[in-house]
Ligand binder design. Structure first.
Ligand SMILES: Nc1ncnc2c1ncn2[C@@H]1O[C@H](COP(=O)(O)OP(=O)(O)OP(=O)(O)O)[C@@H](O)[C@H]1O
Ligand SMILES: [Mg+2]
Length: 257
């Protein structure tokens, strides 16, 4: 049996813009193993968010096939959790009610028990009854992570989840994600513009080309965790990723090395 959790087979996607068909994704093939973290990097507009939305079932595709745990998926379901750059919590609900939102067919006290468990996991114990406006950006993103995890999704899709956060909070949350992953072993696909983040978290880095978005290279990151961002091995992978985007820019290579 294949150990792939998620299989993307020859996914093609286009949009109609001004009556013209614009190819956005072309021939995307990817097998994501159970418990694996995949980082996706690529130029702005290359189709990264489109790809995540397709996997989430929030958007259709022209041709190809998508399978999760061996079965074809089309629409959205709780087996896939998605986290966006902005937390998307409902401002009129407390944090615990935001986290409970996707939990159906459960008694209220059972829902709260689970919500408290996951809020503790993301280090938000004591903020269960707070409202989103009472939380910082990093705390709100933690709440969004708890909300996605509470459904025990088979796969977690993260679209630049820390893009709006300051550098220190971002690094702290990357470490948190690793800690959670070590406990839950959730399969993750992370879209990021931050090459360090891609290497720090990913088992493999998918580098996408622009217009139409294709998979240019898949770079394995065979470094033990937690990864040392200052190591020469880390810098070597960073250079490999940068070279896709700045092939002729010598200074970038010098800087990275
Ligand atoms: N609903 C839509 N209708 C038409 N075109 C769209 C639609 N959604 C996205 N696009 C186009 O598809 C392309 C890919 O968009 P997408 O948001 O997936 O890019 P991205 O790689 O996530 O970019 P970024 O890094 O800036 O977030 C863009 O050219 C965008 O204009
Ligand atoms: Mg995007």
């Amino acid at each position: 049996m294949s150990e792939a959790n998620l299989v993307l087979r020859d996914i093609n996607k286009s949009f109609i813009v001004d009556k013209e068909k614009v190819e956005i994704l072309k021939g995307i093939n990817l097998d994501v193993k159970r418990g694996e973290i995949i980082s996706i990097v690529g130029h702005s507009g290359c189709g990264k968010s489109t790809l995540l939305k397709i996997v989430a079932g929030l958007m259709g595709y022209d041709s190809g096939d998508l399978e999760l745990e061996g079965r074809h998926i089309s629409g959205p379901d709780t087996d896939r959790g998605m986290i966006f750059q902005e937390h998307r919590l409902f401002p009129w609900l407390t944090i615990k009610d935001n986290v409970c939102l996707g939990l159906n067919k459960m008694q209220k006290d059972e829902k709260y028990k689970l919500a408290y468990e996951y809020l503790e996991l993301v280090k938000l114990k004591g903020f269960e009854n707070a409202y989103p406006h009472q939380l910082s950006g990093g705390m709100s993103q933690r709440a969004a992570i708890a909300r996605a995890l509470v459904n025990r999704p088979g796969i977690l899709l993260l679209d630049e989840p820390f893009g709006a956060l300051d550098a220190l909070t971002k690094i702290q949350l990357q470490q948190e994600v690793l800690r959670i992953w070590e406990k839950e072993k959730t399969t993750m696909i992370l879209v990021t513009h931050d090459i360090d983040e891609a290497i720090y978290l990913g088992d493999r880095i998918v580098v996408m080309s622009s217009r139409p978005g294709t998979i240019e290279e898949i770079i394995p990151v065979e470094l033990p965790r937690p990864r040392d961002r200052g190591s020469s091995d880390f810098a070597y992978i960073k250079k490999r990723v940068y070279n896709h985007f700045f092939k002729d820019v010598e200074i970038i290579s010098d800087y990275v090395i």
